[in-house]
Write a protein that binds this ligand. Structure first.
Ligand code: ADP
Ligand code: MG
Length: 292
């Protein structure tokens, strides 16, 4: 473990911080006739240090719920709280990582990571020391002076995670952070995140539509329904930690994956199309589709 993570006591376990309460939160989006319920009365608690995945199909409201926790979106009804205080706006205590990085292209890697400390008035030498240690932690030693455009997608996300962790957030909010990476890089990033979380124990809320990813990482998976977004099931993943990639090919994993697939499969509300003979273009009753 690097100096910074040794010198910085784990945030959540240190004082039991990082508890999220989502209390009957509904979020309506859009204007006028286009207005719709994106999130419908979601109530849940996330404990300090817990790793929770929000799993659901595209458009079900995962990012909307995360946006409420980030403070970017205000609930139409209900409220979200961090450690008992209503979330009223963005705050570095709630670090946010998206699918695409938000690094400043004109700053070097180390200055990007140190940026949060600069805003808090920490001296240049101290903030660069901490940035250096965190960059080591995410496997980017030697890349401190590079610029974001000179890095691969996986490396950019490593910098992004370091940039957020330097603020010692109580909660890490991640919205499909590895969604744009190839499968192998994604697995490496998942392992890196699990290892960081293993000693930081910061609460993590991780959004994904990838069942394997949720089952690999989470203590608890909250499965969401298609619009309007609701939590339809809570799955406790009991697999021991640290999780190894063998877990991904085990029998209990396959059972849980099957269960998640069944939950995510949208109910088929459309009428099945009549099967036509590909040669004649006629249906079983000998009628052409245009004559139905
Ligand atoms: N600002 C907005 N105005 C109107 N509709 C929105 C807005 N943001 C998201 N939506 C819609 O709300 C629904 C939920 O979006 P989102 O939370 O991004 O879903 P997910 O992250 O699960 O894919 C989607 O149908 C999306 O198109
Ligand atoms: Mg989304």
């Amino acid at each position: 473990m690097s100096a910074v993570l040794k010198s910085v006591p784990p945030v959540a376990t240190q004082s039991g911080t990082g508890r999220l309460d989502i209390d009957q939160v509904s979020i309506h989006l859009g204007e006028g006739a286009q207005r719709f319920v994106a999130l419908d009365e979601v109530t849940l608690t996330i404990e300090p240090g817990e790793f929770v995945c929000l799993l659901g199909p595209s458009g079900c409201g995962k990012s909307t719920l995360l946006g409420a926790l980030a403070g970017h979106l205000q609930p139409t009804h209900g409220e979200a709280r961090l450690d008992g205080l209503r979330i009223a706006g963005p705050d570095p205590q709630r670090g946010l990582v998206f699918q695409h990085h938000t690094l400043f292209p004109w700053l070097s890697v180390q200055d990007n990571v140190a940026y949060g400390l600069k805003m808090r008035g920490v001296s240049r030498s101290e903030r660069l020391n901490l940035a250096q240690a965190l960059l080591e932690e995410v496997g980017l030693q030697g890349f401190e002076r590079r610029y974001p455009h000179a890095l691969s997608g996986g490396m950019q996300q490593r910098v992004e995670i370091a940039r957020v962790l330097i603020n010692q957030p109580r909660v890490l909010l991640m919205d499909e952070p590895f969604g744009a990476l190839d499968a192998l890089t994604r697995l490496k990033m998942q392992e890196l995140l699990l290892s960081l979380w293993g000693h930081l124990k910061t609460t993590i809320v991780f959004v994904t539509h990838d069942i394997d990813e949720a089952l690999f990482m989470a203590d608890r998976i909250l499965v969401m329904s298609p619009r309007p977004g609701r939590i339809v099931e809570e799955i406790h993943v009991e697999a021991e930690r640290p999780r190894q990639s063998e877990w991904l090919t085990s029998t209990p994993f396959a059972h849980l994956k099957r269960h998640c697939l069944d939950l995510l499969r949208e109910p088929d509300t459309t009428l099945p199309l009549e099967r036509l003979n590909p040669v004649t273009g006629l249906n079983r009753r000998g009628i052409r589709s245009s004559e139905f």
